[in-house]
Design a protein around this ligand. Structure first.
Ligand code: TRP
Ligand code: ZN
Length: 852
């Protein structure tokens, strides 16, 4: 890597303490004045005072009231350095005044404007675009903020202390790093609520949105209250200010941000009504509101020492939001959803050129490390830790973490040492999960001899960029042994694999059992059987007592059927899966949301990865064709059962976003997919026309577009919703994601010229480009048109919004899976991007890593 690489090993504490921050903002779109008064104490004498600052126009700087002269300091593109000689010996105040132009800030980092409203995004390093400051998470200080502006609503962190016409003052008593600073100013409407904590604190809750959106906030408010209750009940954590505000913004680079007392959200993760939001939207809104709220303790009260420790707050907080959703919805289904997402995003990342440890040790642009590995794999590590040490030690460790580290900026070492103390275990081997990249491959085999059953496991991890050799990791394997005629011969237990190869024996069994291995995906590994049969899978799909492994067995059957078909096997190869599918249709016991998951086929990308793992070069068009063929075959084999299930799960009465009804809608749509393959879209059209909610409407529309019957319903949908920005994102996405692959790049290009393609809005950009990337066969069309279109738009977005451009470049991370011709085409596009003049640090780091 280059000399602009930041390394974990270079970490040094900041040699000053910031005792107090006082900020004054005079808002103006092109010339906002930021006045900062910092009270600073040196912790060690003799150091220069180094402050980060970018794109700031410095107007004045004073120490203890005296203006700095030219020789006192050095101003560069990245900050302000004040010479030691210009600094008083003890505590002093530094006052600076700078000017910034929020209206011209298209990167959506720092202070920017979205539809006439001012807002901020400071994580990870956006505060340095607001004022000169040590913009690093281990510098924590109390903030007091005064905002002056013509906007009716002026918000910042903490508690409101005073306000008048055109101004407001806020005080945040909890010391925080600058990345948690936030300011919002605009013509906003409030949907208010209230919560009394278990400690008796009365908290005012405010959800702030633009006029016209007030009637779409009820669900978000309820979700916030559920989150607050859950964190008290399950983690013993209460809220710590008198007010909690949450703002919805249309232009936002990611999902949401946990600024202290003032969470800021992408509006798609707040606003919901039955007519405009799908069941998945409702579930995500609840999860992300929980996630940001939970950060108040895991992230804000205890923060990260440096950005290498990002998983300390993100992995843990994802673990917390996943547990929350599992508790308030259906746990087994939630685990399956999470594992599907983990495999689709994190396993894919971990086996490609962008693989990195959960705790990276080097980066060029930290924004490029807000990844599935840090977040989702980071959460898996928490779950694994809990499985390894057991619930009692887990509970003790949790309490110790808050007792010991409240108010601190911590490391993964701090986190692990708490659990070493609580469990009495040495977690050195477990720590490899944080430092080593790559997904281990776990191969199991069984034997039965003289009444003794033996399970043998072998683990290995392929090299990843910069890490050629991998030591064995500790892998908790949840296992149960099933009886061939149903039920458990041995109840579930956890095996601890610590070696590269290890056997576990089981005695006292009356007959040879059927093993159910790695239940619930008890470790983020790729499981393979030395010798597995469709019979074993079909048995588990019908009889496993663990719902996750039951689903897993069906998924593997489906995947194998699709892989065989994609390689030209005869349709009869799919028989075991088609029969097992029929058995599940006939079994009324499992609940609808679980059945819906079992009836869905794996996506094209999953099949492609699976083939590649077996050393076979995937052909995206053949995979797509195989999925179409199997969909049709399943419909033909089971039409009566599918029709019955579709009819039996119809809902009437008022819409409820709760898991129960959402499961029925999901199941009906799952059936409708197969029936559409038979009738060409007649039933789907009826479904679309009768729909009274967005789940049914967009679900049926997607099927119709894919069936080539989308023109009229899509036009009707567009007419009805063209004024609704969030629904229009769905429309752009569906139009490309479900388009016939042969014409998907052309359809994407057409839509890119559509008057509503507001490409500077990240949601709209992601809808169109993400839609194309989701259409695997279209994106990977052999002539490279998909690649070219995609690269053209990354190049166009990069100068305006490098963060989003860089993030979207991950669509290319699977290039090594494909044939030489496709590889050459993708690499040529990446090369074209990487050699552009003025390319952002964000995108240039990504293209360099992607090219390897
Ligand atoms: N900390 C945020 C979260 O996980 C995510 C985040 C990081 C973010 N950087 C951002 C959000 C930039 C928006 C923009 O909840
Ligand atoms: Zn987070």
């Amino acid at each position: 890597m280059t000399d602009s690489t930041i390394r974990l090993s270079d970490y040094r504490p900041y040699p000053f303490e910031i005792d107090q921050v006082e900020l004054r903002f005079c808002l103006a779109p092109q010339a906002t004045r930021v006045h900062a008064r910092l009270t600073i104490s040196p912790s060690e004498a003799g150091h220069p005072l180094r402050l980060d600052g970018e794109e700031l126009r410095l107007i004045s700087a004073r120490i203890d009231g005296a203006a700095l002269t030219g020789s006192d300091y050095l101003l560069s593109k990245t900050g302000l350095t004040i010479h030691p000689a210009a600094l008083p010996e003890g505590r002093f105040t530094l006052e600076t005044e700078v000017e910034i132009a929020p209206e011209s800030n298209t990167a959506l980092e720092g202070l920017y404007m979205s539809k006439g409203m001012y807002c901020t995004q400071c994580e990870a390093e956006g505060f340095r675009k607001i004022t000169f400051y040590p913009d690093r998470p281990d510098v924590m200080a109390p903030f007091r903020v005064r905002i002056e502006g013509a906007q009716p609503v002026l918000l910042s962190n903490g508690n409101p202390v005073a306000s008048g016409d055109g101004w407001a003052e806020w005080d945040d008593p909890w010391p925080k790093p600058a990345y948690l600073f936030a300011l919002v100013a605009g013509d906003l409407r409030e949907v208010a609520g209230e919560f009394t904590t278990m400690e008796g604190r009365k908290v005012h809750l405010g959800i702030w949105v633009r006029e016209g959106d007030e009637d779409r906030c009820d669900f978000a408010l309820e979700a916030l209250i559920r989150s607050m209750e859950w964190d008290e009940a399950v983690w013993g954590r209460a809220y710590d200010l008198d007010i909690f505000n949450l703002v919805a913004v249309d232009d936002f680079n990611m999902g949401a941000m946990e600024n202290k007392g003032l969470n800021i959200f992408n509006s798609k993760l707040v606003l919901a009504s039955p007519e405009t939001a799908t069941d998945l939207d409702y579930e995500r809104i609840e999860a992300v509101i929980g996630h940001e709220y939970f950060h108040n303790w895991t992230g804000n009260r205890i923060t990260c020492r440096d950005w290498f420790q990002l998983c300390l707050k993100e992995g843990l907080t994802v673990y917390r939001d996943q547990s929350f959703t599992a508790d308030v919805r259906k746990g087994a289904v939630k685990r399956i959803d999470d594992v599907m997402a983990l495999r689709a995003r994190q396993f894919r990342e971990d086996q490609g050129p962008l693989a990195h440890p959960v705790r990276p040790d080097a980066y060029i642009e930290i924004n490029n490390f807000y990844t599935a590995t840090v977040y989702e794999k980071g959460a898996e590590l928490i779950g694994m830790l809990r499985t390894l040490i057991g619930d009692a030690a887990w509970e003790r460790g949790k309490s110790l973490y808050f007792d010991r580290h409240d108010g601190q900026a911590c490391t993964i070492e701090d986190w692990l040492s708490v659990f070493e103390a609580a469990s009495g275990r040495d977690l050195a081997q477990f720590k490899r999960w944080y430092t080593d990249a790559g997904t281990p491959r776990l191969i199991w085999s069984e034997s039965w001899q003289d009444g003794r059953f033996t399970l043998t496991f072998r683990q290995s991890t392929a090299p990843t960029p910069g890490q050629p050799d991998k030591a064995p990791r500790v892998i908790p394997i949840r296992v149960a042994l099933l009886r061939a005629n149903g039920g458990e011969a041995l109840p579930e237990q956890v095996l601890e694999l610590t070696e590269a190869r290890q056997s576990f024996t089981f005695d006292g069994l009356a007959a040879r059992p059927v093993p159910s291995v790695l239940r619930g995906l008890s470790a983020p590994v790729m499981l393979e059987a030395e010798a597995d049969t469709p019979d074993h899978r079909a048995f588990l799909f019908a009889h496993d007592t663990d719902p996750f492994n039951r689903w897993e067995a069906g998924r593997a059957l489906a995947r194998e059927a699709l892989e065989a078909l994609a390689q030209g096997a005869a349709p009869s190869t799919a028989r075991p899966f088609i029969d097992a599918f029929g058995a599940l249709l006939a079994d009324p016991a499992p609940e609808p949301s679980f059945r819906a998951l079992c009836l869905a086929l794996p996506g094209d990308d999953e099949i492609g990865k699976s083939l590649f793992d077996k050393g076979i070069t995937p052909d995206p068009q053949a995979i797509h064709a195989a999925r179409m063929a199997l969909t049709r075959a399943l419909g033909e084999a089971h039409e009566p059962a599918l029709t019955r299930l579709y009819a039996d799960n119809a809902l009437d009465g008022a819409f409820s976003p709760a898991a129960e009804d959402a499961g029925k809608r999901a199941l009906r749509l799952a059936c409708l997919r197969y029936l559409t393959a038979l009738d060409g879209g007649a039933l789907a059209l009826a479904h679309f026309e009768a729909a009274t909610n967005m789940t049914d409407q967009i679900g049926a529309l997607g099927l119709l577009i894919a069936a080539g019957k989308g023109a009229a319903p899509s036009a009707a949908f567009y007419e009805r919703f063209k004024g609704d920005r969030l629904v229009m994102d769905k429309w752009f996405m569906a139009e490309v994601a479900y388009a016939p692959p042969e014409t998907a790049p052309e359809r994407a290009a057409e839509l890119a010229a559509h008057p509503l393609f507001d490409w500077k809005n990240p949601n709209r950009f992601r809808a169109l480009l993400g839609g194309l990337a989701a259409n695997q066969a279209g994106f990977h069309r052999a002539d490279g048109a998909g690649y070219r279109f995609y690269a053209d738009w990354l190049i166009r977005l990069d100068p305006l919004n490098p963060q989003t451009a860089a993030r979207m470049s991950t669509a290319f991370e699977t290039w090594a899976r494909f044939d030489a011709d496709r590889q050459a085409k993708i690499r040529a596009e990446l090369h074209r991007i990487s050699t552009l003049e003025g390319l952002s640090r964000d995108l240039s780091e990504m293209t360099a890593r992607l090219l390897g």
